[in-house]
Each structure stands twice: as structure tokens, then as C-alpha cells.
Design a protein around this ligand. Structure first.
Ligand SMILES: *Cc1c(COP(=O)(O)O)cnc(C)c1O
Ligand SMILES: [Zn+2]
Length: 415
């Protein structure tokens, strides 16, 4: 069935373009975004039809810019939405859910955007896929390329966590470590993209890639019983995810699947790379690029492509963008793990710490229905917390266990 997408549309001047591998407007250099025929979606996408779909993001194919579902696919998405009562109590809240996107095939939300980008790239006839990555995108592109037998080139900053490099190279793709930060990697990839007929998922097919993030909003609404929460808290790197969660909820109300309501969108950044948070706090119209310096490497984009649009969304919905320190990030990882059983990477530490801050400052109230987006797995960034854990070590001896372990636990000194 042909896609419900109509054309690409410039976010700045509104000019339209065909559904090809285009990403900037020829006239004003604004970014292009996919525009849909919502009447067509409204007729096709009923709750019943969605419920009969696969338990993956492809159940929302009617809202995505592809003509068909992929034949070979890792079935990303449809991750658990978990009521987090213990975390809520800790923060003085009552209605909190965690959307656990660590449960994706390569353990981050990037599987959503890559699924859609690669399917569209296939439809457009590309034979080689590539990406500029802060880590998780590399994992995901490599895995999806391996699954479908597609040639892939993955570019990452040379100082990336070893876990993420191994979890990419294992798929047998070409991994290129670039001596520079993500913004340098991205510049190089934009140059290569103009020379080679490759689908760079977050460069020349970025408009399709970005649409994959909407499925986080669709799933949240469906899992809540077809309604939107009052507030959402989501991490910000390039700003794309934040804007697409908003677009997802908007599309559901536009097509009549939920009652009209725009959740307040709150964004989370690390203080060590918080250009969008800084612009929000200063009330600025522009986002000033920064040089990233944070353990939250998957969010370390100093010059965020969609920063300005993320600002627009939070201002329009009554949200905010906050930033947190490196210590708060580690504390956030531990708080989430100890109260929900979900171990997140540093990006989720940022998001959890920002939620704690919003609850403490009253920007999120006790009775607000809030959804926290946890976008990546803790096993990807073990070094960030390796120095903070405590364990016991004993000989295989009962009295030693009683004295050194139980004695310590009973004194309340143990964990
Ligand atoms: C990429 C990423 C994000 C945010 O991505 P945007 O560039 O803002 O769309 C958030 N969390 C994790 C773990 C990521 O890998
Ligand atoms: Zn334009």
C-alpha cells in the first residue's frame, strides 16, 4: 500500500519537494520534514487495525513515510511502558511511567529511526548505508545492515566508549573512528554524502529517519489506553527526538485517535553539553554551539541541528529544557536502577536527574501524569558507574559470611 506521506516540506519557508533523498531546502537552507495526507491516515489507521498489527513499531506503518514494511527486520519498538510507583514516591509524584526503550534490539531508541531510514533507503534504491554517530546509532545501523545483508559504513568519534565500538564492529561492518568530536564526524559525513550515492541515515535521509521517533509517542498513547499524558521528559541531543514525540501526539489527535491534547514537553541535557538548555534558560532565539565535555556521550552534540525546533516545542507546550551535572547524571542512573530495576546508560541518567529536578522545583506536580523516556541501556556505559558500586568478598566460609556480610548489613552499613 502506498505511503500516506505526500511530500517533503521545508520547516522554514514551506516549499515542498518530492519524497526523495533530500534534506535541505534549495531556497532557504531550512531542514525538510515529511508531510502527510492526514485524511488518508484517518481513514486507514483505526485502533482496531493498529491492535492487529505486529508487536513492533510497524504497527504504526500508516503514519510512516514508507510504502511497505521491510521483509527482513529486527522488529524494534513496542517496548514496555512501566508504572514506576517506587520512583514516583521517591520524587513526591503519584502518576509516573517509564518508557523502557533499552528493550530494543540494539538496546537504544535508535533502532526506531534506523528501521524507518533503512526501509526508505531501500525503496529509494540505495545499496550502501552509513551514519555519523555518537554511539547508539552506530550499533543500530550495523545490526540492521547485518540483518539485511547491506553494506555499511559507520563513522564515530575515536574516543567513544569501547562497549559501543565493539557492539558495532561485531556485526562485520566498516567502522571508521574519526579523530575529533561528533560535530567533526558529522561535517565529514556531510561531505562524503555529497560525493557518494550512499544513504547516510542522519544526513541525506534524515527526514525519514526522524519520523521513526514518533512511534515513541504512538506507543505511549496506546499503552495508556489511547490518551496522552500531561507531561513527558525526554533527552535532547540533536533535538530531533523531542520534536518528534511532540509531532506523534499531535498526529494522534489530528487523526482522531486521542482527544486533542498536547503534553508539556520537557527536555534533558547534560551541563557539559547543554546548548539548548542554555538557550531556553536565557530566553534566547538561537542556540549557541558549544564544545561537548560530558560522560553523556550519546547526547554530546555541541551544534544541534534541531535545537531551535526543540526550543519552539517546549515553549509552545509550556515545558522546559533543564541541564544537570556529571554527579547528578550518575545519581540519576542509580536512582532509576534502585527504584525501577531498569539500568540505563548516561543519557537516561540525564533524563532521570532532570525529572527529579522538575519534581523538586514543582514544575511537575504531584498529580501530573508523567512519562519518562529512557532511551539507552546501562551496559553501554559501564565506566560511568564502575567506581560507585560496592560488593562483599569472602572465603567460602559460613562464619565469615555471618561476621563480614550479615554483621555489616545488620549495622545498616551495607547496601
Ligand atoms: C540519539 C540519542 C538521543 C537523542 O537523540 P536526538 O538527536 O535528540 O534525536 C537520546 N538518547 C539516546 C540514548 C540516544 O542515543
Ligand atoms: Zn525553505
Amino acid at each position: 500500500m502506498a505511503t500516506t506521506a505526500e511530500h517533503l516540506k521545508c520547516k522554514e519557508c514551506g516549499r515542498t519537494y518530492p519524497l526523495e533523498a533530500l534534506f535541505v531546502c534549495d531556497f532557504c537552507f531550512g531542514p525538510l520534514e515529511v508531510a502527510y495526507d492526514y485524511e488518508k491516515i484517518r481513514r486507514r489507521a483505526t485502533k482496531e487495525r493498529i491492535a492487529l498489527g505486529p508487536p513492533s513499531l510497524w504497527r504504526y506503518a500508516d503514519f510512516l513515510p514508507v510504502n511497505s514494511k521491510p521483509e527482513v527486520d529486527l522488529q524494534a519498538g513496542y517496548t514496555p511502558l512501566i508504572k514506576a510507583d517506587r520512583l514516583a514516591a521517591e520524587l513526591g509524584l503519584r502518576k509516573l511511567w517509564v518508557k523502557n526503550d533499552t528493550a530494543n534490539p540494539t538496546h537504544s531508541f535508535k533502532d526506531r529511526v534506523v528501521s524507518v531510514a533503512l526501509q526508505r533507503a531501500r525503496e529509494l534504491g540505495f545499496e550502501v548505508v552509513a551514519c555519523a554517530s555518537t554511539g547508539n546509532l552506530a550499533n543500530s545501523v550495523a545490526a540492521h545492515a547485518a540483518a539485511s545483508g547491506t553494506e555499511a559504513f559507520v563513522f564515530v568519534p575515536a574516543n567513544l566508549e569501547i562497549q559501543k565500538i565493539i557492539a558495532t564492529a561485531i556485526y562485520g561492518v566498516n567502522v571508521v573512528k574519526v579523530r575529533g568530536n561528533y560535530d567533526d564526524v558529522n561535517r565529514l559525513c556531510t561531505e562524503i554524502a555529497s560525493e557518494k550515492k550512499w544513504a547516510f541515515v542522519n544526513v541525506n535521509v534524515r527526514p525519514y529517519y526522524a519520523e521513526g521517533s514518533k512511534t515513541l509517542a504512538f506507543e505511549t498513547a496506546e499503552q495508556l489506553g489511547w490518551r496522552a499524558p500531561d507531561k513527558v521528559v525526554t533527552p535532547v541531543a540533536s533535538g530531533s527526538l523531542l520534536t518528534k514525540i511532540h509531532k506523534g501526539f499531535w498526529e494522534l489527535s489530528e487523526t482522531g485517535l486521542i482527544r486533542r491534547k498536547a503534553p508539556a514537553v520537557h527536555g534533558a541535557q547534560a551541563l557539559g553539553c547543554g546548548p539548548v538548555a542554555a538557550a531556553f534558560q536565557e530566553g534566547a532565539e538561537h542556540v549557541k554551539p558549544v564544545k561537548p565535555d560530558t560522560i553523556a556521550k550519546s547526547l554530546a552534540i555541541g551544534n544541534p541541528a534541531d535545537g531551535i525546533f526543540a526550543l519552539e516545542v517546549v515553549r509552545q507546550t509550556g515545558g522546559s529544557i533543564e541541564s544537570v551535572t556529571e554527579q547528578e547524571i550518575v545519581d540519576g542512573i542509580k536512582l532509576l536502577a534502585e527504584t525501577t530495576g531498569i539500568f540505563t546508560e548516561t543519557a537516561g541518567g540525564v533524563t532521570t536527574a532532570v525529572l527529579a529536578k522538575l519534581a523538586a522545583s514543582g514544575k511537575i506536580y504531584r498529580d501530573d501524569e508523567t512519562v519518562l523516556y529512557i532511551t539507552g541501556d546501562g551496559l553501554k556505559t559501564l565506566d560511568a558507574v564502575a567506581g560507585t558500586i560496592s560488593t562483599y568478598e569472602i572465603d567460602p566460609n559460613f562464619s565469615q559470611f555471618e561476621e563480614e556480610v550479615l554483621g555489616d548489613v545488620l549495622k545498616g552499613a551495607g547496601k
